[in-house]
Design a protein. Sequence first.
Length: 94
Amino acid sequence: MTNTGAEINFGREAENKNDHQTARGWYAKAAQGGSIEALRRLAINLLVRDPAAVADGIGMARQAADRGDAEAAHLCATIAATVCAAGNGTCASL
């Protein structure tokens, strides 16, 4: 059994030190333990920290939103609105 709260805290601490790879590891571990918050935090990290993994980040944000995370749902809506506003023809695929 994992302590997802502690793992999320370790991830936060790593992010505060700009150690994003370590943060991703902690968030991934907590997400595997069932934490929706960790899944969202991992998604955001993948979207905004180098090296970015945009497709993975969007997919994880959607998973968290599908599991009831309101912040992840807001993030997904923001991404969708941005893509649609860009008018590059991908809006219909969202």
